[in-house]
Design a protein around this ligand. Structure first.
Ligand SMILES: NC(=O)c1ccc[n+]([C@@H]2O[C@H](COP(=O)([O-])OP(=O)(O)OC[C@H]3O[C@@H](n4cnc5c(N)ncnc54)[C@H](O)[C@@H]3O)[C@@H](O)[C@H]2O)c1
Length: 251
């Protein structure tokens, strides 16, 4: 029995990386997945790859930092599916800069995508989650929400806020039968980390700090999202699952 049979799911930032792996796993587990991303060609290709394999996938062009895009995204899902069982709020960006040099424009961009976007998806997605009768909202935060690392200060601030937002949403949304949880990945090999990981000294330094002595893969985050999305997590809300190979435990 597939674990998301008959379910409707939305994954934001689904063109590549953790979002793409999550969308694929959810579709393989029987869900009809709406893949949303501001990378229009990328999300259409990711969705087509799933459809070609007989899976149910629909691409939607949407920038989570733009209110009108999010409104239109949920209109599209409402008219196609009428409900949402699962949302994985995964779209995120990082701009590397020390805080003392962080420009207003860069800070606003990180915040608009990583925090405002997550709040907007949670707020505007509630009616569709409520319509499912048993909703699960999963916000992708980061272990950087717990730790400081040079040049990641702005990013850390938004991810810490996403963890606080997740708890607050869980308290409020329980009345609507919607569970709200966060996943905090450690260092996962994706486009976001690619530039840093191409520097052998940085990559080795991160491996050395990881208890399991390797970096993570997108599918390893996706499998945790599947758990939180499924009935296996029916009594889990307001919390966070760290997926970091033990990095936080040892720092
Ligand atoms: N890779 C890691 O090591 C890591 C660690 C901790 C947390 N995370 C978080 O996981 C999530 C996914 O990261 P990833 O590594 O797969 O990144 P990625 O850069 O590989 O993919 C991010 C996707 O989000 C999309 N996106 C960016 N801004 C968007 C917007 N405004 N609207 C819609 N889509 C947008 C991009 O087009 C891309 O498809 C992010 O929230 C990131 O902060 C990643």
């Amino acid at each position: 029995m597939r674990r998301l049979e008959g379910k409707i799911a939305l994954v934001t930032g689904a063109a590549v990386g953790i979002g793409q792996a999550t969308a694929q796993l959810f579709a393989e587990e029987g869900a009809h997945v709406f893949l949303a991303d501001c990378n229009v060609a990328g999300v259409e290709a990711a969705s087509a790859a799933l459809s070609e394999n007989g899976l149910r996938a629909t691409p939607v062009a949407a920038d989570v930092a733009r209110g009108q895009d999010v409104t239109q995204l949920f209109r599209t899902i409402a008219s196609n599916a009428g409900k949402l069982d699962v949302i994985v709020s995964n779209a995120g960006v990082n701009v590397r800069s020390d805080l003392r040099h962080l420009s207003d424009a860069d800070w606003v961009r990180i915040r608009e995508v990583n925090l405002d976007g997550v709040l907007r998806i949670a707020r505007d997605g509630l009616p569709l989650l409520q319509a499912s009768g048993r909703g699960s909202l999963i916000n992708v935060a980061s272990i950087m929400g717990h730790r400081g690392l040079r040049q990641l200060g702005g990013y850390s601030a938004t991810k810490g806020a996403v963890l606080a937002l997740t708890r607050a949403l869980a308290v409020e949304y329980a009345a609507f039968n919607v569970r709200v949880n966060a996943i905090s990945p450690g260092f996962i090999e994706t486009a976001m980390t690619d530039r840093a990981l191409r520097m052998p000294a940085i990559k080795q330094g991160l491996v050395d700090k990881t208890v399991m002595r390797r970096l993570g893969q997108p599918i390893e985050v996706a499998r945790v999202a599947l758990f939180l999305a499924s009935e296996d997590a029916s009594y889990v809300t307001g919390t966070e699952i760290v997926v970091d190979g033990g990095m936080l435990a040892a720092l």
